[in-house]
Write a protein that binds this ligand. Structure first.
Ligand SMILES: [Zn+2]
Length: 249
């Protein structure tokens, strides 16, 4: 696959090899689950080839290829101005779901909410990125988030942060939400959409460090929830998870 040529993800793991082995792992989890939908999805992933890609969002190979394509397009759009962009992650605790709601999550509906936020703050510039979701073990809910490359505009970011923060959340989140927005420097534009395998949901949980201080980390999903996340992805289109916004008024 040409998109993977010389492309590296984290820890020097080659993208293509990593994605293929991830796909095989998913197929075996789906087959072990044994439900009709799971078996059907395992077949789809199993038949994916570089000549006839399945283009299913649950396929790590197609998903990564799609990200690399979108990243290329974005790089072409911002070329020469890369320093004016930041990586922004927004956590929408207000949109958290239990397993049942997550299994038929309307991703487009969520995406529209994010668009609305951008319209409301009259954001000027480019915001491109991916919808993600993780299972928060502290609340037993799936929390959607969005990771965006955004034109740096401190005033807009501040308003956006306040807006997302002001959304009402389920009581179970009250004790531990610290921030809903993380702003990071972009060190390597070419890897910004691929270096953390953002299409792979994780479990978020707390732990105590050696000094007894409570911290939070990401862990692999337990098999049942991993299957749930593949089935949710499997019913969607690759483009459903991609967000793009541009406004220069
Ligand atoms: Zn595929």
């Amino acid at each position: 696959m040409e998109y993977f040529t010389n492309y590296q993800l984290v820890n020097g793991v080659e993208a293509e090899a990593f994605c293929k082995s991830e796909s095989i792992k998913r197929q075996s989890l789906l087959r072990r689950d044994g439900g009709d939908m799971s078996l059907e999805l395992a077949d789809v992933l199993g038949m994916c080839t570089s000549i006839e890609p399945c283009n299913n969002p649950a396929c790590q190979v197609c998903n990564t290829r799609n990200r690399l394509e979108k990243n290329k397009e974005l790089l072409a759009r911002v070329y020469g101005d890369e320093n004016y962009y930041k990586l922004v992650t927004l956590y929408y605790y207000s949109e958290a779901m239990d397993d049942l709601d997550f299994s038929d999550w309307d991703v487009r509906d969520f995406k529209n909410r994010v668009y609305e936020n951008f319209e409301e703050i009259q954001f000027e510039g480019i915001a491109d990125g991916w919808i993600e979701y993780n299972f928060d073990q502290r609340s037993w809910m799936w929390v959607p988030s969005i990771k965006l490359v955004m034109t740096e505009d401190k005033a807009s970011l501040k308003i956006l942060n306040e807006r997302v923060k002001s959304e009402p959340v389920n009581r179970c989140f009250h004790s531990f939400i610290e921030s809903v927005m993380i702003v990071e420097e972009i060190n390597d534009f070419e890897k910004v959409f691929s270096n953390d395998h953002t299409s792979m949901a994780k479990m978020i949980d707390k732990y105590e460090d050696i000094s007894g201080k409570e911290k939070v980390d990401r862990y692999p999903l337990e098999p049942k929830r991993a299957v749930l996340s593949y089935l949710m992805q499997g019913q969607k289109e690759l483009s459903d998870f991609y967000f793009t916004y541009e406004n220069w008024s």
